[in-house]
Ligand binder design. Structure first.
Ligand code: GRG
Length: 297
């Protein structure tokens, strides 16, 4: 008899591992400059799904490696993600008051400190990776650093964010929206799975398949986020309806709610197909692909 895979248990366990490691990887809040470290820890340790680090861990597990090799890089991904959220919430960008159910960083610490907390998290991420190189993994770590820098910078997340800001209150096509999201949200999610695969010792072909999986769920995640902005309850932890209020181009706005849900499902099926050559050890990735589109926050 085979037991059904328990995704909640899987996510809870790995989230706890990531939370514990994150707490150790950033300076304590009484270390000088204390106020900056307090601002960093406020956002980084405020919860969150830890999706990107868990994807990295699951990527390594899919090729038979265990989480320890990946943990520093997985935490670095969460640092970069948190930096992006802090900056995204600033008045110059989305101007949000709530994040992860709490007042946004700049609401508590002021804009200047929030900018610096984001800057510090971005640079600290690379320090953590370079300071924790697993044995015989120097070449893999260089590849990880390169891919992570590309995914986060102007050719990745920051570029997507720039296009997002430039397209505000403008009519954009579905193709433009897709490109924007593939960069703004998708690249960091995609590279999370790639990093797990690379550090887990995947073959180039496996890295390619897992990268395709990450690309698909990066996009379906964003479509689901657009849907949640309309249908989400208070568990979402941020201001609901902000996309409509900000006249943002979203999937539901461009193609309707039902069509958006159908598209998210089609992309999820494509993600699952890219795992066809993997055995049961990729089951967490399979379940995460479904969770990403059916989540409530
Ligand atoms: C400021 C350079 C820069 C980039 C910002 C990703 C991003 C780029 C902004 C976030 C805007 C946003 C809310 C996009 C929707 C998708 C998204 C990234 C949601 C938040 O990620 P989750 O759901 O959050 O993984 P938690 O709190 O669970 O970590």
């Amino acid at each position: 008899m085979t037991l059904a895979f328990d995704l909640k248990k899987y996510l809870d366990k790995r989230r706890a591992i990531v939370d514990e490691a994150l707490e150790k990887f950033v300076p304590h809040h009484d270390i000088w400059p204390a106020r900056l470290h307090e601002a960093i820890r406020y956002s980084l340790l405020a919860g969150g799904k830890r999706l990107r680090p868990i994807l990295s861990i699951a990527g390594a597990e899919a090729v038979g490696a265990d989480f320890e090799k990946v943990l520093p890089s997985a935490c670095a991904l969460e640092m970069i993600h948190t930096y992006s959220l802090i900056h995204d919430d600033l008045p110059a960008m989305d101007d949000d008051d709530l994040r992860r159910g709490n007042p946004t960083n700049h609401k508590v610490f002021g804009e200047a400190m929030a900018i610096l907390a984001g800057d510090s998290l971005l640079t600290h991420a690379f320090q953590v990776i370079a300071s924790n190189v697993p044995r015989n993994s120097e070449a893999a770590i260089v590849e990880v650093i390169k891919r992570l820098a590309i995914a986060s910078g102007s050719l990745g997340m920051a570029g997507g964010q720039a296009e997002d800001l430039l397209s505000e209150k403008k009519k954009i096509s579905l193709e433009e929206l897709e490109r924007l999201h593939r960069h703004k949200t998708g690249k960091l999610i995609q590279v999370s799975v790639e990093i797990g695969a690379i550090l887990g010792g995947a073959t180039p072909r496996q890295v390619e398949s897992l990268s395709r999986y990450g690309e698909c769920i990066g996009l379906s995640f964003q479509i689901a986020d657009d849907i949640l902005d309309i249908e989400g309850g208070e568990e979402i932890g941020k201001d609901i309806g902000s996309d409509v209020a900000n006249e943002k181009a979203t999937y539901p706005a461009l193609m309707g709610l039902e069509e958006s849900k159908r598209l998210a499902k089609d992309i999820t099926d494509k993600a699952l197909r890219s795992l066809e050559d993997f055995d049961f050890r990729a089951d967490p990735l399979r379940e995460i692909a479904k969770y990403v589109v059916y989540r409530k926050n």
